[in-house]
Design a protein around this ligand. Structure first.
Ligand code: NAI
Ligand SMILES: N[C@@H](CC=O)C(=O)O
Length: 362
C-alpha cells in the first residue's frame, strides 16, 4: 500500500478537522481507500510551523485548545509559519491549503497554491479566493506540471456539487445555476426568524465553525459572490471577474422584516445565481430574496445549502447538503485527495512511498 505525505497550510477549524480524521480514522480509511495519509508539515499564522518528514504525531495537536497551539518549542518547530519554504522545500506529495479566504485578491492563499504547483505538488484547497480569482491560470499551471488542483470544498463544503456537475452531467447542457450557498447567512436568517438578534446569531455561527474569520464576507454576500464565480466558471464555461457579479448581502434585512415575511409564508434567503444566454454570455448575481414557501429553495434551512442546476434534458437537478462546518469541509479535502489518487493512479505521482509499520502513525 502506498502513502501520501501532506503539508497542511493553515491549521484552523478545517485543517484541524482533517488532522483529527487522519489521527483517529486513518487506519480504517487506509484499508478502505487503498492508500495511507501522513502529515509531514503544518504551518499556521498563529501557531508557526512544524516539520517532521517521518510524520507528525497529530494526536496532541488535535487535543490542544486551538488558541494555545504553538509549534516553536517542538523539534522541527518554529514560531514563523515559513509558508514558502515549507511549501516549496518539504517533500510532501499534496499541499492542503486552508488559510483565510481573501475575496479581494485571494492572497496569500493564491501564492501558496502557485508555489505548490510550481514545485510539482498536488494541491487541494477549500479556499475560495484562489479558485474564484485565478482558477483558470492555476488549472493551467497544474496541467503544465502534471499535477492536480482540486477544490471541491470551495462550494458547499463537503457536498459534492462541483464533482457532481463535472462527472455526472455529461451530455447535458447546463443553462444556469441558482442556490443558497452560504451556511452562515442561511443559519443567521433562520435564527433571526426565531427571534435571536443579529450579533448573537453571528456569534453562534462562528462558534459552530460556519463563519469566515471575518464574517463580513458571509453577511455582505462576498462569499457567495466567489462561489457563484466558481460555479459559473467551472460549470457554465464563463470567465467572470468579481466586478461582473452584482452582490448584495443580508445586512439591510431587519429581524422585523424576517419575522414579518415568515408570518406571510415567505422566507428570506441569500440567493446566488448565474445564467448562460444563447450568445454564450453569462449573467451572475447575489441578492436576498423573499421566497414563497413552495419555492424549492425556501425549505433549505440552517447550514444546509443547495444548488439547482438548470439543464436541457433533465430540467432542474438540485444538489443539497451541508454548506459549512469544520468536519464537513474536511471531508471535502479527503474527497479531493481521493480524486487525486484516482486521477494519478497510473502515473509517477501516485503514492509510491511504502508504508512502514514503525512510521505508520495514521
Ligand atoms: N469552515 C467552513 O465551513 C468552510 C471553510 N471554507 C474555507 O476554508 C478555509 C479554512 O476555513 P476555517 O478552517 O474554517 O478557517 P479558520 O479561520 O478557522 O482557519 C484558518 C487558519 O488559517 C491560518 N492562516 C491564515 N493566514 C495564514 C497564513 N498566511 N499562513 C498560515 N496560516 C494562515 C489562521 O491562523 C487560521 O488558523 C477558509 O478559506 C474558508 O473560507 C470553505 C468551506 C467551508
Ligand atoms: N463561511 C462559509 C463557509 C463555507 O464556505 C459559509 O458560511 O458558507
Amino acid at each position: 500500500m502506498g502513502r501520501y505525505d501532506l503539508a497542511l497550510i493553515g491549521f484552523g477549524g478545517v485543517n484541524r478537522a482533517l488532522a483529527e480524521l487522519i489521527s483517529q480514522s486513518g487506519e480504517r480509511l487506509a484499508e478502505e481507500l487503498g492508500f495511507a495519509l501522513r502529515v509531514v508539515a503544518i504551518t499556521d499564522l498563529r501557531a508557526g510551523s512544524l516539520v517532521d518528514t517521518d510524520g507528525i504525531d497529530l494526536a496532541p495537536l488535535v487535543a490542544a485548545e486551538p488558541g494555545e497551539l504553538s509549534f516553536a518549542g517542538n523539534a522541527g518547530g518554529s514560531a514563523d509559519p515559513r509558508n514558502e519554504w515549507v511549501i516549496r522545500e518539504v517533500p510532501a506529495d499534496i499541499v492542503v491549503e486552508a488559510t483565510f479566504t481573501n475575496p479581494a485578491d485571494g492572497e496569500p492563499a493564491l501564492s501558496h497554491v502557485r508555489w505548490a504547483l510550481e514545485s510539482g505538488k498536488h494541491v487541494c484547497t477549500t479556499n475560495k479566493g484562489p479558485v474564484a480569482l485565478a482558477g483558470r491560470a492555476l488549472k493551467q499551471l497544474a496541467a503544465e506540471r502534471g499535477v492536480s488542483f482540486e477544490f471541491e470544498g470551495s462550494v458547499l463544503s463537503g457536498t459534492p456539487v462541483l464533482r457532481t456537475a463535472e462527472r455526472m452531467f455529461g451530455g447535458l447542457q447546463i443553462t444556469g445555476v441558482q442556490g443558497i450557498m452560504n451556511g452562515t447567512s442561511n443559519y443567521i436568517l433562520g435564527r433571526l426568524a426565531e427571534g435571536i438578534d443579529l450579533s448573537a446569531a453571528i456569534a453562534e455561527a462562528q462558534e459552530l465553525g460556519y463563519a469566515e474569520a471575518d464574517p463580513t464576507a458571509d453577511i455582505e454576500g462576498h462569499d457567495v459572490q466567489l462561489k457563484v464565480m466558481i460555479l459559473a466558471n467551472e460549470v457554465l464555461g464563463a470567465d467572470l471577474r468579481r466586478e461582473d457579479v452584482f452582490c448584495e448581502g443580508i445586512s439591510a434585512i431587519t429581524p422585523h422584516e424576517v419575522r414579518d415575511a415568515a408570518s406571510k409564508g415567505l422566507r428570506w434567503k441569500l440567493v446566488g445565481s448565474a445564467t448562460r444566454h444563447e450568445d454564450g454570455s453569462v449573467d451572475a448575481r447575489v441578492a436576498p430574496l423573499a421566497l414563497p414557501a413552495h419555492h424549492p429553495l425556501a425549505g433549505i434551512s440552517g447550514p444546509v445549502n443547495a444548488v439547482a442546476f438548470h439543464t436541457d434534458l433533465l430540467g432542474t437537478v438540485t444538489v443539497s447538503g451541508p454548506g459549512a462546518g469544520r468536519i464537513e469541509t474536511a471531508y471535502a479535502l479527503l474527497s479531493d485527495i481521493i480524486a487525486i489518487h484516482q486521477r494519478h493512479a497510473d502515473d509517477d505521482t501516485a503514492p509510491t512511498r511504502p508504508v512502514l509499520q514503525e512510521t505508520h502513525r495514521v
